[in-house]
Write a protein that binds this ligand. Structure first.
Ligand SMILES: Nc1nc2c(ncn2[C@@H]2O[C@H](COP(=O)(O)OP(=O)(O)OP(=O)(O)O)[C@@H](O)[C@H]2O)c(=O)[nH]1
Ligand SMILES: [Mg+2]
Length: 712
């Protein structure tokens, strides 16, 4: 059966905004208004179509993006509801990637929140046409004008009011629309409003805002500007086309009014989405990585992009995709450009939350899902045979929080690694690292809530009890002064003997340092270490004291000790080692003898060379509401953090600090509790920095104690 809607009648809208701004409740209204559901669920009763996941129902907020669709006046609107907590930013980015219009939901009682700011940055990157929807106008503390002003302060004057509320708070039930120059009057139950003329006392304000809107539209199009100068007005069609064009060019962000909880305003918003917002074939054509241009044409070569996969218990992997060209039909075979695998599209679905509605085909521009692909993942492009299309991947952010993970029960290691593999498959922002250096399995993720979701999945879906712990820190060790040492390794008690003696000098290495003083340089090798820094290894042996064939053995020993530094077992960097003397035994000298002599001589010299532990320092950027800056700085300083600057960012403060990684464990949850989730942070590696004497002493002692324990 042919698709119900052609490309021009499909709109892809993503609902965006800070946690709790009302996105899921709005989606519920849109489904209800369109008759797809006959009763509006609520987040409180855990009865919405969107928040169907048990964890979402338990917590009362969205965690995963959801695909739903509604039909409104001859159009199909794909609704992508996204989570507001920034721990789940991966879900926002993948939904944003396939949407053609974003609806930024603002909470009229809170104004612009940190989540709004962060998500806005991503919409700027995608250049997504944007609508603002000021929600919760029924809230007693709602302040429409303040919210609009904050939005303009943060996101600029391209925000143009299309609607404003005649009342706010409990009495809210009328919206003045200055595009239609109409007043919408709602009954207490919301839904379909009465359309009335704008009352006298609102005329002046409505006219002023209408003028601003017309001028904003006209000023982005020369022809329209001429028409406007000629007629002093633009007709509805000119307004519509002008607005669409300006939205696609990111030149206008129309602003609407809502009370999603009272179902007031969603119908008008959907009408605007139908009439004005672009469908995919009106958006700039997609460019593949190979430079091909893909137009959203249902008769073109079939090509889809996988933006999300979830594993459905007892069903298998469900892959969500957008059709970027052609028409996808059940039974079709497509090539996965990333690995050449031929994938058969056995089933096609439209989604309504967790309900899958089978269909036979999906046209260009539409979004749907299929089941059980063999070897296809997020960011893969699948296309008709004979084409070479690869669409640009979604760039997911780097992680902010790291913990180590291990199974509670011994023997569950394999099950855990399978579970982690599955989690990673579904969530590209969850990075699993089996660290050779730290000898731990690490999870890198976006925050404490993200972690809690991962734990829930591993324990409830994969039935593996796990525990999280503080990850070890990748310290580095180096030296501050020159030292010499020698070591004789001798084992001559029956059987093959061992003998080797090494004299070496060790120095702190720095670029451009002069050749070793007072030594005869015979050979030199420079090693760029995988963990950063260098080792420079000199052969300064004279008179054949040690045969050249044993220099690599000594080097092996030195390298082995650099892998597990003498102070804390961490990697050693930036040292120069000169082998300048030694002794051999004609029979007993061999590779192992000199390796051991190298290890021991290096270890001893290292201890004498004023060794230094370097700790990783991270740059932390916290975006916080002004009134909470002091508390946040206090927390950072209690973590040996150095606050380097505070910049104003809209009505937020950006705090920049340098903090030792060792002190950052738990920062995500403490920031959430200090600021009730109203701040956000990101962190990136900055540098390695010498530790204080006291810190170093403590760490070296802890290491010694644990090493003794291990031997015991
Ligand atoms: N007063 C009022 N409350 C609302 C309105 N819309 C939503 N809410 C309430 O606000 C809370 C959050 O609503 P959600 O729809 O879950 O918000 P969300 O944006 O989806 O939140 P996240 O999924 O966490 O990002 C719920 O308690 C809703 O009932 C509104 O228009 N007015
Ligand atoms: Mg939600």
């Amino acid at each position: 059966m042919a698709a119900e809607f052609d490309t021009s009648h499909v709109k892809n809208v993503v609902l965006l905004g800070h946690a709790g701004s009302g996105k899921t409740t709005l989606a519920e209204c849109m489904l209800f208004e369109a008759g797809l559901i006959n009763r509006r669920g609520t987040v409180e009763e855990a009865t919405t179509v969107g928040d169907y996941h048990p964890l979402e129902q338990e917590r009362g907020n969205s965690i995963f993006s959801k695909l739903m669709h509604t039909k409104w006046r001859g159009y199909k609107i794909n609704i992508l509801d996204t989570p507001g907590y920034d721990d789940f930013v991966g879900e926002v980015l993948s939904a944003l990637r396939v949407a053609d219009t974003g609806v930024m939901v603002l909470n009229a009682a809170m104004g612009v929140e940190v989540g709004t700011d962060i998500i806005w940055e991503y919409t700027e990157k995608f250049k997504t046409p944007m609508i603002f929807a000021v929600n919760k106008l029924d809230d007693d503390t709602a302040d429409f004008d303040k919210t609009v002003q904050q939005a303009k302060d943060h996101f600029g004057n391209k925000i143009t009011v299309v609607q404003y509320p005649r009342q706010q708070g409990a009495g809210f039930h009328e919206i003045i629309d200055v595009l239609r120059m109409t007043m919408y009057k709602f009954t207490d139950t919301g839904g379909k409003p009465e359309k009335l003329a704008i009352p006298g006392d609102e005329k002046e304000r409505a006219e002023t805002l209408h003028r601003e809107l017309v001028e904003a539209i006209a000023s982005n199009d020369e022809t329209l500007m001429e028409h406007y100068f000629d007629k002093g007005e633009l007709d509805e069609d000119e307004m519509k086309e002008g607005m669409k064009k300006a939205m696609i060019n990111h030149d206008i962000f129309p602003l609407f009014c809502l009370s999603a909880v009272r179902n007031m305003g969603s119908g008008r918003l959907m009408g605007f989405i139908d009439n004005v917002c672009p469908s995919t074939n009106e958006m700039p054509a997609q460019k593949t990585l190979g430079g091909y241009t893909l137009t959203s044409d249902a008769s073109g070569p079939a090509c889809i992009f996988i933006y999300k996969t979830i594993s459905e218990p007892h069903v298998g992997d469900l892959s969500f995709f957008k059709v970027y060209s052609g028409t996808i039909k059940t039974g079709m075979e497509l090539v996965n450009e990333a690995n050449g695998v031929i994938e058969k599209i056995n089933q096609l679905f439209l989604l309504e939350g967790n309900k899958r509605l089978p269909v036979q085909e999906l046209v260009a521009g539409d979004i749907g899902a299929t089941l059980k692909l063999r070897n296809t993942h997020v960011n893969n492009t699948l296309h008709i045979k004979g084409k070479v299309y690869e669409l640009p991947p979604i760039e997911f952010p780097t992680s902010n929080v790291t913990v180590c993970i291990e199974p509670v029960n011994k023997g569950d290691e394999e099950k855990l690694s399978q579970a982690l593999h599955q989690l990673r498959e579904e969530d590209p922002t969850l990075i699993v690292e089996v660290s050779q250096e730290l000898k731990q399995t690490l999870i890198h993720c976006q925050g404490d809530m993200h972690l809690a979701v991962a734990k829930w999945k591993i324990e409830n879906l994969h039935k593996v009890p796990v525990k999280f712990g503080k990850p070890r820190i990748a310290y580095r060790e180096t030296i501050r002064k020159m030292a010499e040492s020698n070591y004789k390794h001798k084992k001559q008690s029956g059987g093959a003997g061992q003998f080797g003696e090494v004299f070496l000098r060790i120095e702190p290495y720095y670029e451009g340092m002069p050749e070793p003083a007072g030594l005869n340089v015979r050979g030199k090798e420079t090693f760029e270490l995988d963990w950063g820094g260098k080792l420079v290894y000199y052969n300064c042996i004279v008179g054949g004291a040690i045969d050249a064939r044993f220099l690599p053995s000594i080097l092996k020993g030195v390298m082995e000790k650099m892998h597990e530094g003498p102070l804390t077992g961490s990697y050693v960097r930036d040292v120069r080692v000169c082998i300048y003397d030694g002794k051999m035994h004609a029979v007993d000298s061999n590779d192992i003898s000199f390796k051991i002599a190298g290890i021991m001589a290096f270890k001893d010299a290292f201890q004498k060379a004023d060794p230094q532990i370097l700790e990783p320092i991270y740059k932390i950027e916290v975006l916080s509401p002004e009134e909470l800056t002091g508390a946040v700085m206090g927390d950072l300083q209690s973590r040996r953090g150095m606050v380097e600057g505070i910049d104003a960012e809209g009505h937020f403060q950006k705090i920049i600090a340098k903090v030792p990684l060792a002190e950052m464990h738990g920062f995500s949850s403490s920031l959430r509790s200090i600021t009730q989730g109203r701040a956000k942070f990101k962190m990136s590696f900055d540098k390695y920095q010498p530790m204080s004497f006291e810190q170093q002493r403590k760490l070296a002692e802890e290491y010694k104690a644990s090493a003794t324990e291990m031997v015991a």
